[in-house]
Design a protein around this ligand. Structure first.
Ligand SMILES: [Zn+2]
Length: 309
């Protein structure tokens, strides 16, 4: 096994929607998710603009145009008005219309921006895909230059929009070369694949030890789906025990995955088993209860920590 390197990873900034990290070049319409200063396609400085801002800008200029057309119509009306009364009426009508237009625009602007954004993605679908491919190439270049943490950070950003196994695997392989620590901004669910992958499983095993809170429903499902394959791995059983140890974190998970716990309860460290024991006591019956009580009798019957529960 290769020696793992100590690294510092930048925290991952999460947005409610993945596309919110996308930027577009004002000059050449190159898309990127990497948050660079200069456009990687045309090299222009400061030309990258957040896609939401871009969409808002387009909507705003459309609205200005509408306003301008209204103003022109009113001016034409004023030129052709033949009496003072007509002028006054025209101005009053124009003011009312302007107020209405302003209210409508204000009310519908958020929806208009969303529609504009969708239009942009449809219109520039090809540019978007090729932009993300260029981002990926940039990450590979950084890897070849030897900066693994930065490569991982770049792949992580691209992975928020591109969901393919290749990209996930590249991230996992890099993570496997780092000394993983509790305080790192790690993730697991975005890296899950459909098929069995031993590197992914090893990574899950590590996370189950240092960041149990990251092991959630999808990870449990993945592990259970590929349990037989995992058992064939050299440290497979230990990994499954760590995952079972993570399930003990919440009573919801203990209710959802009783068979995972039944199969690996005997391998749980004492603190984990104690939690499981308390839960089983509260449930009072069923196959999980039977197995936990059997193990309790076998291993912890005389343990003071298990008394008074
Ligand atoms: Zn550009």
């Amino acid at each position: 096994m290769m020696k793992r390197i100590a690294v510092t990873l930048k925290p991952y900034h999460r947005e409610p929607f993945a596309y919110q990290k996308l930027k577009i070049c004002r000059n050449c319409r190159h898309f990127t998710v990497l948050g660079e200063q200069n456009c990687m396609s045309c090299g222009k400085t400061g030309a990258l603009q957040n896609v939401e801002k871009k969409a808002a800008g387009i909507v705003r200029s459309d609205q200005w145009l509408t306003g301008l057309i209204w103003l022109l119509l009113i001016l034409v009306g004023l030129i052709f008005s033949s009496s003072a009364l007509q002028t006054v009426l025209l101005i009053a009508a124009a003011a009312a219309a302007a107020a209405l237009l302003w209210t409508l625009q204000k009310r519908f602007t958020p929806a208009l921006r969303r529609i504009q954004l969708q239009k942009m993605f449809q219109q520039y679908g090809y540019e978007l895909a090729s932009g993300l491919a260029i981002d990926h190439q940039a990450a590979i270049r950084v890897f070849q230059e030897g900066d693994k943490p930065r490569t991982y950070e770049m792949l992580r950003e691209i992975g928020s929009l591109v969901h393919n196994d290749q990209l996930k695997l590249e991230q996992i392989m890099l993570l496997q070369t780092f000394q993983l620590r509790k305080d790192m901004d790690l993730m697991i669910e975005p890296l899950l694949m459909d098929s069995f992958n031993p590197d992914l499983v090893s990574y899950i095993g590590e996370i189950a030890k240092i960041r149990r809170d990251l092991i959630k429903k999808n990870t449990f499902r993945y592990v259970l789906q590929h349990e037989m394959h995992i058992l064939n791995m050299p440290s497979g059983e230990a990994i499954l025990a760590s995952v079972a140890g993570a399930a003990v974190r919440k009573s919801r998970y203990m209710t959802m995955y009783p068979y995972l716990l039944i199969r690996y309860a005997r391998l749980l460290p004492k603190d984990r088993f104690l939690r499981l024991y308390k839960f089983a006591k509260s449930v009072r019956s069923g196959p999980l209860y039977d197995e936990v009580m059997r193990l309790y009798e076998e291993k912890y019957k005389w343990d003071p920590e298990f008394q008074n529960i």
